[in-house]
Design a protein around this ligand. Structure first.
Ligand SMILES: [Zn+2]
Length: 261
């Protein structure tokens, strides 16, 4: 699928035909990717005037994302290994938020051209357990689905997640993550932070958490230049349709200190 793998394959065939033993083994596809990451990082560093680190992803929907943490950490779909200077210049301007319209156009065009490289096979679904000591999440899902979505939420699963750790935040799959639950677009699964499996948590609050994640499941996400906006205006207005929206917000504000340590 990638030019890199085709190049690699022909090199392997050549070596086989000549019955040669390479002095050092040919570079693997992963090594090639690392070289491209470094190439793009140094290109962007010059254009951005500061240190940039680049990591490729195999994401299905978020093609570009970045976070400043000392250096600028840029995550790009691995299609960007084929980005030429024009695309990288547009990417730099886009990241610097200089004339974002024009750059987004060039990036959108590049992404559209390489769309066939975006993995479409769904990830294997790991089992989840909705049964808690206090709260049965499958019952919550059914209640919220019936009340707000006419019982028609399609293929979505729910279960208790693991307690959040720093490493979980660096997952490569695309997760929309709120503090108390996540919705994973890859396997259409809601995972709720087990801290909520408590008698201290009122029904309306667990309903609210599940309602929020279900909105991520049912609403289309707004995308531009591979960047995803999870909470756009439409999402926020749908949130306000929750019967006890204000109570839920207030309860969260009052209790967040023990909920999320
Ligand atoms: Zn959210």
């Amino acid at each position: 699928m990638f030019p890199v793998s085709i190049r690699q394959l022909s090199l392997d065939l050549l070596l086989f035909k000549r019955k040669m033993v390479p002095v050092s083994s040919p570079r693997s596809q992963e090594d090639e990717l690392v070289l491209h990451e470094k190439r793009i990082a140094s290109h962007l560093s010059i254009l951005m005037g500061g240190p940039v680190e680049v990591r490729f992803t195999d994401n299905r929907t978020t093609m570009i994302s970045c976070r400043r943490k000392g250096a600028l950490h840029v995550r790009l779909h691995r299609m960007f290994q084929q980005a030429d200077d024009r695309v990288l210049n547009a990417l730099a301007l886009y990241l610097k938020k200089v004339s974002p319209g024009n750059c987004a156009h060039i990036l959108d065009e590049f992404i559209a051209r390489h769309r066939s490289e975006i993995r479409t096979v769904p990830t294997r679904r790991r089992p989840v357990s909705p049964a808690g000591a206090v709260i049965q999440l499958d019952e919550v899902l059914e209640r919220v689905s019936n009340r707000y979505f006419g019982g028609a939420v399609g293929d979505v699963r729910i279960g208790w997640g693991k307690e959040r750790t720093a490493t979980r935040r660096r997952r490569r799959t695309r997760i929309h993550s709120c503090a108390l639950a996540t919705y994973c677009f890859e396997d259409t699964t809601i995972r709720v932070n087990p801290v909520l499996d408590s008698l201290k948590v009122p029904d309306f609050f667990i309903d609210w958490v599940v309602y929020h994640e279900l909105l991520h499941h049912v609403l289309p996400v707004e995308r531009s230049a591979g960047r995803t906006r999870y909470h756009d205006a439409r999402f926020r207005s749908m949130e306000r349709a929750f019967a006890r929206h204000d109570d839920a917000r207030r309860w969260e504000a009052d209790n967040i200190s023990w909920l999320v340590k």
